[in-house]
Design a protein around this ligand. Sequence first.
Ligand SMILES: Nc1nc2c(ncn2[C@@H]2O[C@H](COP(=O)(O)OP(=O)(O)O)[C@@H](O)[C@H]2O)c(=O)[nH]1
Ligand SMILES: [Mg+2]
Length: 252
Amino acid sequence: MCDSCGCPKTDTVTIRKPGSANTTTDHHHDHHHDHQSRTIRIEQDVLGKNDQVAQRNREYFRSHSIEVFNLVSSPGSGKTTILEKTLVTMPEIPLAVIEGDQQTMHDADRIAATGAQVIQVNTGTGCHLDADMIDRALPELELSDHSILFIENVGNLVCPAMFDLGEACKIVIISVTEGDDKPLKYPTMFRAADLCLINKIDLLPYVNFDVERCRDYAKRINHHLEFIELSATSGQGMSTWLDWLRQRAVRP
Ligand SMILES: Nc1nc2c(ncn2[C@@H]2O[C@H](COP(=O)(O)OP(=O)(O)O)[C@@H](O)[C@H]2O)c(=O)[nH]1
Ligand SMILES: [Mg+2]
């Protein structure tokens, strides 16, 4: 459970048995309303402060022509592997990475092994990166003008959707081992993203994942969402992804 973003919103929780009508939870105690309004107030405070810092980050990135992508997904979808492959195959644009995880330097070590600039942010019990963490990490990197900064968020399809970091856009990654219904189950994340990478397509022959159904579900949530199907390990689709990045990078 996250200790900083105020989830879950008790007013939107429903509990249901298959085949039965919705039962909205009633949080039975005398201070129900106080409790709810306090939760909402805390959330508004947290998100309001975050948005101010995110805006400052965004202005900094814009003034230096740095294109920033916030990579969001469940744990294990292949974010770090995609980044490793991207970093070694796109030498013409300066690239840097901010890694977010609750614990360990594992991902930063993997990225550092490619020769790219990287800084790790460990969030402890926190389940997402926020704009202030990015603000504090930035002085540790020497970002060049006209570069790309990737932010690998903490593996979580829920809370990172709510936190603007000052990025140009969020990129949601789903791998074919996760099930094609995830866009319907986690709509906030798919609504917040501009691009969806469908990763691990080398495993399609072995899993029950319908790519068209996944795209259709995601389009119901976000009509503007773009898709790239790829396999970070086999390299299939990687050139489409690299072309997408090249088009987004701000030219000198
Ligand atoms: N088969 C297959 N495995 C992959 C692919 N991309 C990543 N993986 C594996 O998935 C696991 C999790 O990858 P990782 O990049 O650490 O995921 P992250 O938690 O999202 O950063 C690792 O064992 C990777 O080798 C892929 O395209 N195909
Ligand atoms: Mg990772």
